[in-house]
Design a protein. Sequence first.
Length: 164
Amino acid sequence: MKLTEKQQRFADYYIETSNATESYIKAGYKEKGARANAARLIANDSISQYIEKRLEELASERIADQQEVLETLTRILRRESKEMDTVIVKKAETIQYSTANGDIAEKIVYNEYAETVLLDTRNSDVNRAAELLGKRYAMWVDNKKIDIKGAVTFIDDVGDEDES
């Protein structure tokens, strides 16, 4: 069943606020009986299915999938990604001032400013990305596999205690 425009607005506001009564009023319904009517709308199968579907869509948009993770690691490995950092920069400025005898003098002062700079990817981040991608593609194996073909026979060459 298709939702009416008001029902869809209600559902969207509900997803945003998690408050049924407030969403009911924001969607354009009357305030009188808002609490009970909002509860009724929440219980409506079509609306609850719509809300559930939209929440799944929103969750999938927020959560990185496997492809996105691999692409991000590759960008870091190739140093295509920059990091933003804030640094404090001291800048020299010349200011003029009047001395006690009325002369004009100059003085250099150093002021500090916060600047945002783009930095290259650190070697440790590149190494970590390479390690994670290498593990993903099983480029190296920590455990050695030993393949033994054929039967193994054990020979008991230790005699019994009675045979001495």
